[in-house]
Design a protein around this ligand. Sequence first.
Ligand code: 13P
Length: 252
Amino acid sequence: MPRKTFVAGNWKMHKTTAESVALARELRQLLAQVRDRVQIAVAPPFTSLHPVAQALEGSNLEVAGQTCHFEVQGAFTGEVSAPMVREAGARHVILGHSERRQFFGETDETVNKRVHAALKAGLLPIVCVGETLQEREGNRTLEVVSRQVKGALAGIGADVGKTFTLAYEPVWAIGTGKTATSRQAQEVHAHVRSLLKELWGAAADEVRIQYGGSVKPDNAAELLSQPDIDGALVGGASLKAADFAAIVKAKG
Ligand code: 13P
């Protein structure tokens, strides 16, 4: 069975609640006709999660959190737990984004704990991996990505694993306007798939692997034409309804 393309928009720390709801409504209209072809999700900031989920109710657009804490509740000022994200209306949660690793101290180990917490709360993880420019230039891309994949997925079996989405986001391509070439991306995606096969056997063929890093309307079709690129995790271009809609429709 071919894997259904999955495109998600990571809004990062953009959009007030009013702006978020307006964008969600615009997307709902623009994307109504792709209902059965592409799975679509948007990840607004926490303050907008519930209003966006309400604005998208009954539509073909799903909602994702941008992270979640690994404890259910407690004295963790500023954090939000997986059950809270789920209850606010999210179906998915992005975990281990490089900005979380870089600026907020997340490690393979804490990403793994968040993965387990997310599953327990009924959220579907979108697990991000990717190398820095220094690591790529030092020929360490596959080694770094292997460590991140194995670290994030420790203790996860095949039956659960097949519901996962992985996102390969080379750090040097995020927000820089530099995109990995489709060949560079496909090479890493195929590597991630082979790691998933080691972990989960045939179930690895069901896992979607998104590419993220300066995906735009004009490069999306080329990236999505690669055999192991099953979708996109879009940052900047997901903030403009027309651009995000064009990316969702890029595969034709
Ligand atoms: P950009 O599309 O802005 O490069 O961001 C990619 C990203 O980090 C998505 O999670």
